[in-house]
Design a protein around this ligand. Structure first.
Ligand SMILES: Cc1cc2nc3c(=O)[nH]c(=O)nc-3n(C[C@H](O)[C@H](O)[C@H](O)COP(=O)(O)OP(=O)(O)OC[C@H]3O[C@@H](n4cnc5c(N)ncnc54)[C@H](O)[C@@H]3O)c2cc1C
Length: 277
């Protein structure tokens, strides 16, 4: 991604100061900050966030409005725990935005999010709303506490800007089951022209198999262990094609994923060693 006249600046580390933190519970937080490059992110792009003394990790850009951006973090380990507990005014580093995001297309889009995968889809959802296209959104989580944007999406659906289907595995909110199960039913009874997915790879793979033989365009945000983010280290390579999630993705179409043997089956750990999903 090139910004006119500032071709590499976006890829170098900038110091940012945390403007605000919205903590939902011990496991989820939204961290707000200002950065001129991040605020120009395309939906589905990610940034590298450096936590001094800890680690640098990839996170989707979930918010961008009036120059203020945010990332939405689920606490799953050391770096994300540190981020979920940052204070206003604390300094972090950011690089990016990186990668190819979603192509916002279609007159009848279906957006399917699993867990914190909604972070990578939220900007896309608002892009459709701004274009006066009515998206259908499925948000699948284990329990209602994990659907942190529920109130926001409910309001959009009450204002007829969104058709919203919350789904939980334990039935504590919306339909009981998996996001992909609800998506499969909706796809059979609607004429969606584009499907967008982000979430655990098992869910992406289910969605991929559902749309594989259908005449529906589809885009999937894939996660891999990302280090350099600029296509140099090869850590996030996908077999057999040698595509790199950091720069060729993280969003891939169904037609590209058809050729990726790793998709749905293997990932790589921090050392680059392959392991079965
Ligand atoms: C393109 C992309 C977008 C992402 N967007 C979000 C988001 O918006 N919100 C969110 O909460 N999470 C997101 N993630 C996942 C997030 O990067 C990991 O949860 C985070 O790196 C875990 O770090 P940790 O130290 O807390 O946990 P660890 O204990 O180090 O690891 C926990 C899990 O996270 C994975 N992980 C660790 N480091 C990395 C890394 N550098 N790159 C990728 N995975 C890693 C590990 O393989 C392991 O499966 C995204 C990942 C990618 C690749």
């Amino acid at each position: 991604m090139n910004f006119e006249g500032q071709k590499l600046e976006y890829a170098t580390m900038r110091r940012i100061s945390v403007l605000n933190v919205r903590k939902y519970n011990e496991r989820f937080a939204i961290i707000y900050f200002e950065d001129k490059y991040v605020s120009r992110s395309v939906p589905g792009q990610y940034i590298m966030v450096w936590i001094p003394g800890c680690d640098e990790i990839p996170l989707s850009v979930s918010h961008s409005e009036d120059g203020v951006c945010a990332v939405t973090v689920k606490n799953v380990g050391e770096a994300t725990s540190r981020l979920c507990n940052v204070s206003i005014g604390e300094e972090l580093g950011v690089r990016g935005p990186f990668g190819h995001g979603f192509k916002c297309m279609g007159a009848k889009p279906l957006i399917v999010a699993g867990g914190v995968g909604i972070a990578g889809l939220r900007l896309l959802l608002y892009k459709f709303v701004r274009k006066s296209v009515l998206p259908t959104l499925i948000v699948g989580t284990k329990t209602f506490e994990e659907n942190i944007f529920h109130e926001e999406f409910l309001k959009l659906s009450e204002n007829r800007l969104l058709i919203y289907h919350p789904v939980t595995e334990d039935g504590s909110l919306g339909e009981k089951g998996l996001a992909s199960e609800v998506a499969e039913k909706l796809i059979l009874s609607n004429e969606f022209d584009q499907v967008y997915c982000c979430g655990p790879e098992k869910m992406l793979y289910n969605m991929f198999n559902i749309v594989l033989d259908k005449k529906i365009g589809s885009q999937f945000l894939l996660e891999r262990y990302i280090k350099c983010a600029v296509g140099i280290c090869g850590q996030c390579v996908l077999d057999d094609e040698g595509l790199l999630v950091c720069k060729d993705g993280p969003v891939f179409t169904k037609n590209v994923l058809k050729r990726i043997k790793d998709f749905g089956h293997f990932s790589r750990n921090a050392c680059g060693k392959k392991f079965p999903l």
